[in-house]
Ligand binder design. Structure first.
Ligand SMILES: Cc1cc2nc3c(=O)[nH]c(=O)nc-3n(C[C@H](O)[C@H](O)[C@H](O)COP(=O)(O)O)c2cc1C
Length: 353
C-alpha cells in the first residue's frame, strides 16, 4: 500500500463532486474497457493468473491475464478458469514473439475475450487484423510517437505507453517524457493508457488531466491478498525501495542484454560475474559469438517463475517497478483500489478549493 498518511475517508458534497470528476476523467477509458475504473492491472507473467485477474475485474478495475510462454491449451484453461471467477470483462496479454501467436489469438477469440493486449514488440499486422475481425479490441504498447501512429494505422484500438520506471522489460524513456511526447498527439485519436511508476492516486489524476484515458499498474498489485505470488516474493516487495529496483546491467556492448527492471539480489550480482566469465571464454576462443550471446540470454530463463512461484528470492528474478517503495503491506485488491481512488478524489478536491 502507498506510503504516507492515508487520507481520512472524505465525505460531503466536495468529495462527491471530486469523485464525479474522477469518473468523468476516466469515462472514456472505462467505456473502452467495460470496467468501472480506467485502471488496468498490467499483465505480470506468473502473477496475473485467474485469481488476481478476476479480483481486479470484480473490484471495478480491469484484469489482464499474462499469457507469457503458455501454450494455447494452457491459455484456454486459464481464460475459462478466470471466466468462472468473474462475469466482468478482462483482457489477455500476448507476447508478440511467441511462436504460436496466431493460435493464441484464436484461443482468445474462441473464448470471447474482449481485449487482446499485444506486448513485447510491434505485433504483426495480420495478428491485429485477425483479433479485430474476430471481435476483440486491440491494445498495443507504443514505445515512441512514430510507432504510436503506425500502430493506430495498423488498427490498434488503444495504446499503452510504458515508461522506464516500470517493472519487467523496459524501454529507455521515462513515462514523464513519453506522456508529453505522445499524449498531446495521440489522445484525441485513441484511448492512451499510461504505465510505469504509478503508485498513488494523485499521479493517476495528473496523467488523466494530461489526456490519458486511464492508467496501467503492475507493481502495486503484486502484494494483493489475491495475488498468488510467494510470500517471500511479496516480502521482498514490501521491503524494497525505489532505488533497489534497477535495470539489468550490460557489461559489453558486443553482447546486448535486454533491460529488465528488478530488485537487486544475489541473482543480479551473479549475472555480472556470469557475463564476465562468458566474455572471457569468448575472448579465449572457447565460445563463438552466437554461443556466448545465447549463454548470456539463457541466464535468466525460468528465473521469474523461481522467484514468484517457488519463492527463491535470492537467485530468481524479482521484476519490480520503481513504485515498489509505495508497496508497504499485503491488502485486498478492493482496498488498494479504494486507497488509490480516495487519493485521486482528495487531489481533485484540493484543486477545486
Ligand atoms: C513481475 C512483473 C512481471 C511482468 N510481466 C509482464 C508480462 O508478462 N507482459 C507485459 O506486457 N508486461 C509485464 N510486466 C509489466 C506490467 O504489465 C506493467 O506494465 C508494469 O508493471 C507497469 O509499471 P509498474 O510496475 O511501475 O506499475 C511485468 C511487470 C512486473 C512487475
Amino acid at each position: 500500500m502507498a506510503g504516507g498518511p492515508v487520507p481520512p475517508p472524505p465525505a460531503g458534497p466536495s468529495d462527491e463532486a471530486a469523485r464525479a470528476r474522477l469518473r468523468a476523467l476516466m469515462a472514456r477509458g472505462a467505456a473502452f474497457l467495460g470496467s468501472e475504473y480506467a485502471i488496468l492491472g498490467g499483465a505480470m507473467s506468473w502473477i496475473s493468473e485467474r485469481n488476481l485477474v478476476s479480483a481486479l475485474s470484480n473490484a471495478g478495475a480491469f484484469g489482464v491475464i499474462a499469457c507469457g510462454a503458455m501454450e494455447p491449451p494452457r491459455l484456454a484453461e486459464e481464460i475459462a478458469a478466470t471466466q468462472a471467477l468473474t462475469d466482468r470483462p478482462f483482457g489477455v496479454n500476448l507476447i508478440t514473439m511467441h511462436p504460436r501467436l496466431d493460435a493464441l489469438v484464436q484461443v482468445c477469440l474462441d473464448a470471447k475475450v474482449g481485449h487482446i493486449v499485444f506486448a513485447g514488440g510491434i505485433p504483426p499486422t495480420p495478428a491485429i487484423r485477425k483479433a479485430k475481425e474476430g471481435g476483440a479490441k486491440v491494445v498495443c504498447f507504443a514505445p515512441a510517437l512514430a510507432l504510436a501512429k503506425k500502430l493506430v494505422r495498423s488498427g490498434a484500438d488503444a495504446l499503452v505507453i510504458e515508461g522506464s520506471e516500470a517493472g519487467g522489460h523496459i524501454g529507455p524513456v521515462s513515462l514523464n517524457v513519453l506522456a508529453q511526447e505522445i499524449l498531446p498527439a495521440m489522445a484525441a485519436e485513441v484511448p492512451v493508457f499510461v504505465a510505469g511508476g504509478i503508485g498513488r492516486g494523485e499521479a493517476m489524476v495528473s496523467y488523466l488531466e494530461m489526456g490519458a484515458a486511464g492508467v496501467q499498474m503492475g507493481t502495486r498489485f503484486v502484494c494483493a491478498t489475491e495475488s498468488i505470488a510467494h510470500p517471500r516474493f511479496k516480502q521482498a516487495f514490501i521491503r524494497g525501495a525505489a532505488r533497489d529496483a534497477l535495470p539489468t546491467v550490460q557489461l559489453d556492448e558486443r553482447f546486448p542484454v535486454i533491460p529488465v527492471r528488478a530488485l537487486q539480489n544475489d541473482g543480479t550480482k551473479q549475472f555480472l560475474v556470469h557475463q564476465a566469465e562468458v566474455i572471457r571464454r569468448h575472448q579465449s576462443g572457447e565460445l563463438d559469438k552466437t554461443a556466448a550471446q545465447l549463454d548470456i540470454e539463457h541466464y535468466w530463463a525460468g528465473a521469474l517463475r523461481r522467484a514468484v512461484i517457488e519463492g527463491d528470492v535470492e537467485n530468481g528474478s524479482l521484476m519490480a517497478g520503481q513504485s515498489v517503495g509505495m508497496v508497504t503491506k499485503e491488502a485486498p485488491v478492493a482496498e488498494i483500489l479504494a486507497e488509490l481512488t480516495a487519493q485521486a478524489a482528495a487531489a481533485l478536491t484540493a484543486r477545486a478549493a
